[in-house]
Write a protein that binds this ligand. Structure first.
Ligand code: HEC
Length: 161
């Protein structure tokens, strides 16, 4: 499983380097960090799906718990060794860090809005979270998610799996 992910990342990085001019891309991440990122992504995906029925049924406690959980899943803060953290700080593009930071801040705001039982704000922050997923992926995970490639973009002819 780990090997597969590493191989996948290596292949993606080969492609991304060619396309660097049109879009900012993530620099190659060491395999262990890449795996942590994948695990975080899978965890937040699951949380997002759990939010839908929680919001629909006004389960404020659950929404607030999930929001806090997403906020804390920030990989820059947890699970990383000091050395991995330094590596990430050095190699991650500033804009990526900004989107990631804001994403986790929004999750915190969602948790707060749920505590206040503010239905409208809860829906607003849920939208903002979704928006952040596509914003970051369309910039930094274009090879993995080619659906973000715009029709007129030069990526159109990039072969992908
Ligand atoms: C700050 C950037 C950023 C944000 C925000 C972000 N992602 Fe990601 N996501 C990535 C990157 C980078 C990858 C890895 C792409 C690759 O492997 O080439 C990824 C990969 C994934 C994957 C694939 C994981 C796998 O099994 O390989 C899923 C699913 C995913 N993200 C879901 C989400 C969801 C849902 C959200 C929002 C709730 C989100 N992401 C927000 C950057 C982000």
């Amino acid at each position: 499983m780990t090997l597969l992910l590493v191989a996948c990342t290596a292949r993606n990085n080969g492609l991304t380097q060619k396309n660097q001019h049109a879009h900012q891309q993530l620099p190659p991440l060491p395999g262990d960090i890449s795996l942590l990122l994948t695990l975080e992504m899978q965890a937040i995906s699951k949380s997002m799906m759990e939010l839908v029925p929680a919001i629909a049924t006004a389960d404020w406690q659950k929404i607030s718990d999930i929001g806090s959980q997403i906020k804390q899943s920030y990989i820059m803060q947890h699970q990383l060794t000091a050395q991995q953290r330094q590596t990430l700080q050095r190699i991650l593009p500033t804009d990526f860090k900004k989107i990631d930071f804001q994403f986790h801040q929004t999750a915190g705001k969602l948790a707060l809005a749920a505590k206040q039982r503010n239905r409208e704000l809860v829906n607003f922050y849920f939208y903002k979270l979704n928006e952040a997923c596509s914003q970051c992926h369309s910039q930094y995970a274009l090879i993995k998610f080619p659906g973000f490639i715009e029709p007129e973009s030069p990526f159109e002819h990039t072969p992908h799996h």
